[in-house]
Design a protein around this ligand. Structure first.
Ligand code: HEC
Length: 181
């Protein structure tokens, strides 16, 4: 084999590997794992445990914003700071890499944006003493953050991936076999 031929083969391998890496990066960082739309929202396909994990985090957020709005209505900025912090970026650290790879970029961006907002609210509530920051202002900021919850819910839903074909047919075959007795 000539040197030029070897070089061409090398370049072809590098090009193929680059394409594979670029495709994987696109899938992992930008596209995530999504399916066909049913009602205009994009279904994000997650395994059952991952879906339950995300939904549990969601219920935690709802409970958190309920308590946060009550604390702000009472002008209790110390509690408000603590509650907002509990929904900040720290709360996100448990997220697993495989799960992150299945979430589309827009989903991750909105999710991280919400956590960052709560950190900002916590910082403002913590340093509110002696400044002009009021509960009412923080309540307005909370309503802006809630708009991000609304926007993400309008765009995405969580679904399980379709069951494997072989598992389905095996199951129905067993039902047919036992229906005779
Ligand atoms: C990055 C996207 C995103 C953001 C931001 C987001 N959610 Fe969700 N949330 C979802 C998706 C997707 C579902 C599942 C909807 C479905 O499958 O129909 C969901 C479901 C929920 C549920 C239902 C949980 C259950 O057990 O069924 C609650 C409650 C909830 N979200 C509250 C919130 C609150 C409060 C916020 C803001 C503080 C928020 N979410 C921000 C995407 C998001």
């Amino acid at each position: 084999m000539t040197e030029a031929k070897k070089l061409r083969i090398c370049l072809a391998i590098v090009a193929a590997l680059t394409l594979i890496i670029a495709t994987m990066a696109y899938k992992f960082i930008i596209a995530g794992s999504t399916g066909e739309t049913h009602d205009g929202r994009v279904p994000v396909l997650l395994e059952s445990a991952e879906r339950l994990f995300v939904l549990k985090e969601m219920r935690g957020l709802l409970s958190g914003v309920q308590q946060l709005s009550a604390a702000l209505a009472r002008d209790d900025l110390a509690s408000a700071a603590r509650l907002a912090r509990s929904m900040g970026r720290e709360a996100d650290s448990a997220e697993r890499a495989t799960l992150m790879g299945k979430l589309p970029l827009a989903f991750k961006t909105m999710g991280l944006g919400v956590h960052a907002d709560f950190d900002d609210m916590a910082n403002r509530a913590e340093s509110a003493a002696g400044t002009k920051v009021s509960s009412k202002e923080l309540l307005l900021q909370l309503s802006g953050t809630l708009q991000k919850c609304v926007a993400c819910h309008a765009q995405f839903q969580l679904e399980l991936p379709p069951p494997a074909k072989s598992a389905q047919s095996g199951h129905s075959a067993r039902i047919v076999a036992s229906s005779g007795d």
